[in-house]
Design a protein around this ligand. Structure first.
Ligand code: GLA
Length: 420
């Protein structure tokens, strides 16, 4: 009893002291012209003019004022357990992550962070043609395989397993791409030295490949794959023909011709399940809006494509207004939109740069959120990797988690889109 009384008195006293301190703080603050003005933090309203200089803006300056009582209290408390990204954006779009097999092989280590934040997985490599096509099996019985290359499904199997076990969806990346597709796939005898096959043979191989991959997932894992990058990176003026269709280092173009893009979508539509949405995926989309829209026009008019995937490999100081303009142009042209490979590079792994990165992430998420609120279809944002060490851009620290899996400032800053 006595003990409880002592505690009650202490609490009262403490409350009185806190009230007095609060009063003093309010008076001091009023005299000095007000507290910290946060109205300019991320003053970049969506689609407004963007004049952000991440290295020197006032928004990163540390406050020179003494901490307010609320701040002192917050510092001594346990860190707030943030809700995960997937839950926060559940009414908007899927939040995806690209995973390599070495993360999936260590699932126990990574699963809490993955399951808390992401409800979509893309295989970083394992669903690309160089992982799916079997060279040895295709060469074995050429008569049988000449127009039916052998596909095997073991490479992405871990991703498929953990996705299905945990009710996570997958993006299939990618069917037709000039890179990471073996040369032997295009030759008469399935060797890297062989002569390239004719257009007709290559169209048959393309159909067979797309049919085998899509039928497998449609029949064995219905509902798992919600988006397919049917064609990746086909439009590139510098390496392209008169219409900007990539010709250089592109064996699809060299065997079939420029309409290989059309046929890829034609076959994908033929064999995909209705709930697998068909995407054209590309980099640098903000610089080639017209090029992409022009070259997809017939495919769209014929009902063969659903959406555009903007890869979104960018930097903390990339012009986010230009990026948003591209997002807007694609949805206004009637495409579903997904950001498929988002990562945002910085120069150094220091606090100021990570804050700049966080606000760049926020601008992108905010733009996507607002497009959804205006009735447009932005259906997924995928980050291209889990941690700053598990990424192709590891020197640029581009992702949402540190190598020890602790969240970077970007996580809470992205979540703050709901405070707007
Ligand atoms: C492109 C591809 C991705 C990946 C990255 C580099 O964006 O679409 O699959 O290969 O390059 O990691």
């Amino acid at each position: 009893m006595k003990k409880r009384g002592v505690v009650a008195i202490s609490k009262k006293t403490l409350l009185c002291i806190m009230a007095v301190l609060l009063l003093v703080a309010v008076v001091l603050s009023a005299c000095s012209g007000g507290g910290v003005d946060i109205s300019n933090v991320d003053g970049d309203e969506s689609f407004a003019e963007f004049t952000h200089d991440p290295d020197d803006t006032y928004e990163w300056e540390e406050s020179t004022e003494p901490p307010t009582e609320t701040e002192t209290e917050a510092e001594t408390e346990e860190p707030v357990e943030l809700i995960g990204l997937r839950e926060a954006f559940a009414n908007y779009f899927y939040i995806g992550v690209a995973l390599p097999n070495n993360v999936l092989q260590n699932w126990v280590r990574y699963k809490d962070v993955i399951l808390k934040n992401f409800n979509s997985i893309t295989c970083e490599n394992e669903m690309k043609p160089d992982f799916m096509l079997s060279h040895s099996e295709s060469r074995k019985n050429l008569e049988k395989t000449y127009t039916n290359p052998v596909v095997h499904f073991s490479s992405p199997q871990l991703a498929v397993k953990y996705a299905t076990q945990n009710n996570i969806k997958m993006r299939l990346h990618t069917l037709v791409w000039h890179a990471q597709t073996p040369k032997w796939f295009f030759t008469e005898d399935y060797t890297n030295e062989g002569k390239l096959v004719s257009r007709d043979v290559m169209l048959l191989r393309m159909e067979s490949y797309i049919k085998q991959v899509l039928t497998y997932y449609k029949e064995n894992y219905p509902g798992l794959i919600y988006a397919i990058d049917v064609v990746n990176e086909a439009f590139d003026v510098g390496n392209g023909d008169e219409n900007g269709i990539r010709r250089v280092d592109n064996l699809w173009y060299q065997t079939i011709g420029p309409d290989y893009v059309y046929y890829a979508f034609y076959f994908a539509r033929k064999y995909a399940a209705e709930d697998m949405k068909l995407f054209y995926n590309d980099y640098g989309c903000m610089y080639k809006i017209d090029l992409i829209l022009k070259n997809l026009k017939k495919i769209k008019n014929d009902g063969l494509i659903d959406g555009i995937g903007m890869q979104a490999h960018m930097d903390y100081d990339t012009d986010s207004n230009a990026f948003k303009k591209a997002m807007k142009a694609f949805v206004e042209a009637g495409y579903e939109l997904q950001l498929t490979e988002l990562d945002i590079g910085v120069k150094k792994n220091n606090e100021a740069q990570f804050k700049a990165q966080a606000y760049q992430y926020k601008r992108i998420f905010l733009a996507a959120k607002e497009l959804v609120e205006r009735g447009y279809k932005v259906t997924s944002i995928t980050v291209w990797g889990l941690t700053d060490t598990l990424t192709w851009r590891s020197g640029q620290y581009p992702l949402l988690f540190n190598s020890d899996l602790t969240p970077k400032p970007a996580i809470s800053t992205i979540l703050s889109v709901f405070d707007e």
